[in-house]
Design a binder for this molecule. Structure first.
Ligand SMILES: *Cc1c(COP(=O)(O)O)cnc(C)c1O
Length: 382
């Protein structure tokens, strides 16, 4: 008799939703899969800096011996609070011009930790329907009540806030600035306006896909839309465009102090390795300089979106993340394989990552792609 796990796996297989770990090797913007060298359009290395040899060499040249450690060997609250952690947090606070910043081991730690810490059963969380799984898990761990509003439906959000604000001590609106699966950009100023209608509303924004990529200095959509100081929890990750690992929140000082005392995924885990924190500092110091890369990436996103529009393919993206929604999982797999034969590594994204019936190819562009490679991709899509 098949056991429960085998049954579940066969069910996934039958629906085209079984996942396996891909065997791949890397070479800069290329990926070597099945003996073939393919342009990697599935990575989150949006600025194309993760494998930059020159950058890594310069980092090693200036690296302080004291930071050349592959483990912090402890939680931040015990002996893991290396000076480099505070240096990174001061740098972030200075760049964002906020009172303070706090860093975490990953975006997953960030999003599963903050909401449970800052909410209780007198709190209502209002989250966009399509927020990342890590935020959903954070909401599940929180003792707050929650409602997921329709994706980017600011009208519904407004109605929910005015209906519920009096019944709760606090409402926290939770969203992303660029959504991972659709690449659409949130109108943060609109959310700030909703938040400001009542004094007990807070705003939490995850900029995982936007930090490094958007804004004049690369600080994200909040910088671009000029509303950094209006967001209570402005969060982002280091593992994507920043080519490192970890995550941050920039916030008021009192919130930082509260998180240090109450946030379980901050307290009960080993701090990031100092060498990695030093690398993140190095990257943020240079971030304003990579404006040309950001502009190139934005132009390519625009061109790819236009190319899809010309073929009548609806696309809500406003960024470098461009989905081609296919619908059926098996079709998405076939389309991805066809592109692979033409030299492009694009992964099909299937449920449960995206809603049932909206399987898609997700092109995630990167700044080290050139004009001719993009033209070739567009030709293949015709
Ligand atoms: C990638 C991602 C995370 C998780 O960040 P990690 O550092 O990889 O754990 C969180 N939120 C969003 C929106 C993401 O896309």
């Amino acid at each position: 008799m098949m056991n429960r796990y085998e049954q579940e796996l066969s069910r996934l297989q039958a629906k085209g939703n079984l996942r396996t770990l891909p065997e791949v090797e890397h070479s800069g913007k290329w990926i070597i899969a099945g003996g073939k060298k393919l342009l990697n359009l599935s990575s989150n290395d949006y600025l194309g800096l993760a494998a930059d040899k020159d950058l890594r060499r310069r980092f090693m040249e200036q690296l302080d011996e004291a930071d050349f450690l592959f483990s912090s060997s402890s939680s931040r609250l015990l002996t893991g609070n290396y000076p480099v952690c505070e240096r990174l947090e001061s740098l972030l606070a200075r760049l964002f011009q906020t009172e303070s910043a706090l860093t975490f081991s990953s975006g997953y730690h960030l999003n599963t930790g903050i909401l449970p810490a800052v909410s209780d059963n007198h709190t209502l969380i209002l989250a966009d329907k399509l927020v990342h799984a890590s935020l959903i898990d954070g909401i599940r761990l929180a003792s707050a009540e929650y409602i997921r509003y329709r994706h980017q439906d600011y009208g519904q959000l407004e109605a929910l806030v005015s209906k519920h604000h009096a019944a709760y001590e606090r409402i926290i609106i939770v969203t992303e600035s660029i959504f991972s699966m659709d690449g659409d950009v949130t109108d943060l100023r609109r959310l700030v306006a909703v938040k400001k209608t009542y004094p007990n509303v807070m705003l939490y924004v995850d900029e995982a896909h936007a930090v490094g990529v958007r804004g004049d200095k690369g600080l994200g959509v909040a910088e671009e839309q000029n509303c950094v100081s209006d967001i209570d929890f402005l969060c982002g990750t280091f593992g994507k465009a920043m080519a490192s690992v970890g995550a941050y929140v920039v916030c008021r000082k009192e919130l930082r102090e509260f998180l240090v005392n109450r946030m379980r995924t901050f307290i009960f885990t080993t701090a990031l390795p100092p060498v990695n924190v030093a690398w993140t500092c190095f990257m943020f110091e240079r971030l304003p300089l990579w404006k040309e890369r950001r502009m190139h990436l934005a132009r390519m996103g625009q061109r790819l979106r236009n190319a899809l529009a010309e073929q009548g393919i609806p696309c809500v993206s406003g960024s470098h993340i461009v989905p081609l929604v296919v619908g059926d999982s098996a079709d998405a797999i076939l389309k991805a394989e066809a592109l692979r034969r033409k030299g492009f590594y694009v992964l099909p994204v299937r449920p449960p990552t995206v809603p049932e019936g909206t399987s898609r190819l997700r092109f995630s562009l990167r700044a080290d792609i050139d004009e001719s490679e993009l033209n070739e991709l567009i030709t293949c899509l015709r």
